[in-house]
Design a protein. Structure first.
Length: 137
């Protein structure tokens, strides 16, 4: 248990790998729109899916910081990828990028394969929900 989260793991279930089955949290809710792998000047990064994942996660962390939050406050991530085979093939690189940006915090996650994303060339979009501890006055 962290300062705001309880991990929900039903008795007898195999532990999830790289995510949590559920999170219960108290605090200020922060909803972050889907972020893609582009820079602050709206240019997609080169380097394929893993590079776009890393940039999308950096974007999430930047938006979260505006609410006084940190990666450890993320309660849920919804991932949308356009190519399942690329995701599976780059899993190690994606995992390494995740740990560089988010660390060893594994919120509830969903991954969906979609036909396409609105922004031409985008390979991934990730939206986040975070719960930041209430400020002490």
């Amino acid at each position: 248990m962290s300062e705001v989260f309880d991990i929900l793991q039903p008795k007898g279930w195999a532990p999830p790998q790289g995510y949590a089955n559920g999170i219960a949290a108290e605090g200020r809710q922060v909803f972050i729109a889907g972020q893609i792998g582009w820079t602050a000047d709206a240019k997609l990064v080169s380097g394929g899916l893993a590079a776009q994942v890393e940039q999308a996660l950096r974007n999430i962390v930047a938006v979260l910081a505006q609410a006084g939050g940190e990666p450890r406050h993320i309660a849920r991530l919804n991932w949308y990828v356009t190519d399942k085979a690329a995701y599976v093939a780059q899993r190690q690189e994606i995992g390494a990028a995740y740990r560089r940006i988010i660390g060893k915090h594994y919120p509830a996650m969903t991954l969906l394969v979609v036909a396409g994303l609105l922004e031409e060339g985008a390979l991934v979009e990730i939206e986040a929900t975070a719960v930041v501890p209430k400020r002490q006055n």
